[in-house]
Design a protein around this ligand. Structure first.
Ligand SMILES: Nc1ncnc2c1ncn2[C@@H]1O[C@H](COP(=O)(O)OP(=O)(O)OP(=O)(O)O)[C@@H](O)[C@H]1O
Ligand SMILES: [Mg+2]
Length: 387
């Protein structure tokens, strides 16, 4: 019965406050349909739990409804992640293409299935394409950048004839390995110049835009960048009241403002406190007492889930680093200052820092500074009495 849905990438009962992004993506789909050339992809960036994955899924569904070839994957960090991401890309290419069988798009796409078969080899994946024929000459050089370019060209031109699009949706894109990232950026660049309906739609932490422009100087111009953050007060209120009212219940004004203050506009927190409030209320009206109880239970849930998951993955040395950062609240902190607090030279801590970045707990908003990716992490750390 409880309508709320705290959880990574879980569709909320009411998706609020993101109409601007949804409209921007709808426009992109419409432009692909009318063969308007020279469009850009889109990049969503923001802290943990703000709703990037949910939005990316909404975009991908919208693209699928319009018969796009849709490929969705989540980048993973490190060497193991590199292989896994490529394997996923190859598999998704095949699955995404097969999904279009029986649609009008298929008559164009079937001619380029060989390129799809070939590129899987270039991605270091063998055996997945037993069902797809391969043909010499396209996307089979074994060089990732060339093969991806040929693949995107072949597929995009087919999709263009079909007045459709080719969308590559990448979550946690800050973790994409450099080689694949630069290859994809180059091909997005080319697509813009040549009028191919190929769109890279990425989501990731706040450092993602920086990573993109570091990889390719023209990266800045390739995308429409949207920062995904806290919901404004009206939207946050709707995120709670709409699902509650829909089930014939309500909140008092006082209870609502208490819950809103606790959640601070963060979607994940709204879902968590909303769920706790629903459970706490014995009747159809959520009042002040229910809200108070919900906030304490909701905070316990967050501590044991959202925050603890990150804290548990940190080693004792990494936790000391996080504690030193937490003295600045949610930050950012100067890396020099953190080192001084730990009485160590900054360069000695570089390894700790980069391990924490790889674990997705912190990110570098700019050179020489460091910040939590998780809103409220500093408060959580302050509540931890043991190391
Ligand atoms: N616009 C929204 N309105 C209400 N709830 C939302 C909205 N967007 C996301 N949520 C809820 O917030 C939670 C987090 O969403 P999501 O997993 O998409 O965040 P994220 O930014 O991808 O986080 P992470 O960086 O940890 O992957 C989910 O429980 C989801 O239902
Ligand atoms: Mg996510």
């Amino acid at each position: 019965m409880n309508p709320f849905a705290p959880g990574s990438g879980v569709k909320p009962p009411e998706l609020v406050g993101r109409q601007g992004e949804i409209d921007a993506f709808d426009l992109l789909v419409a432009r692909a349909k009318s063969n308007t050339v020279g469009d850009r992809g889109m990049i969503l960036s923001g802290l943990r739990g703000v709703g990037k994955t949910v939005l990316l899924n909404v975009f991908a569904d919208q693209a699928r409804r319009n018969d796009w070839l849709v490929i969705q994957l989540e980048a993973q960090p490190g060497d193991a992640g590199r292989g896994a991401t490529r394997a996923k890309l190859a598999r998704e290419l095949e699955v995404g293409a097969r999904r279009l069988r029986g649609t009008p798009v298929w008559s164009y796409l079937k001619d380029v299935m060989a390129s799809i078969g070939n590129v899987t080899a270039s991605l270091g994946v063998t055996g997945v394409s037993a069902s797809v024929s391969t043909k010499n000459g396209r996307a089979d050089s074994g060089k990732l950048d060339i093969d991806i370019e040929e693949l995107v060209e072949d597929v995009s031109l087919a999709m263009k004839k079909a007045r459709s699009g080719f969308g590559l949706f990448i979550d946690e894109m800050q973790d994409l390995d450099e080689e694949l990232l630069t290859a994809l950026l180059s091909v997005q660049h080319l697509a813009g110049q040549r009028g191919w309906p190929f769109y890279l739609i990425g989501a990731g932490l706040p450092n993602l835009p920086g990573k993109v422009s570091e990889a390719r100087t023209y990266g800045e111009r390739l995308f429409l960048y949207r920062t995904i953050g806290q919901l404004n007060p009206d939207a946050a209120a709707e995120a709670l009241t709409v699902p509650i009212n829909r089930l014939g219940a309500s909140t008092t004004d006082q209870a609502l403002s208490m819950l809103l203050a606790a959640a601070d506009g963060y979607p994940f927190f709204l879902q968590t406190y909303g769920r706790a409030a629903w459970d706490a209320a014995p009747g159809k009206v959520i009042d002040e007492d229910d809200a108070r109880l919900a906030i304490s239970y909701g905070t316990i849930d967050l501590d044991h889930g959202f925050f603890e998951a990150r804290w548990q993955r940190a080693t004792p040395g990494e936790r000391r680093y996080l504690r030193a950062m937490a003295r600045d609240g949610d930050g950012p902190s100067s890396t020099g200052e953190v080192a001084a607090r730990l009485e160590k030279p900054t360069n000695k801590l570089a390894v700790v820092r980069s391990r924490l970045i790889a674990k997705g707990v912190v990110y570098a908003p700019e050179y020489g500074s460091i910040q939590f990716t998780v809103p409220g992490m500093a408060g959580f750390i302050a509540r931890q009495t043991e190391d």
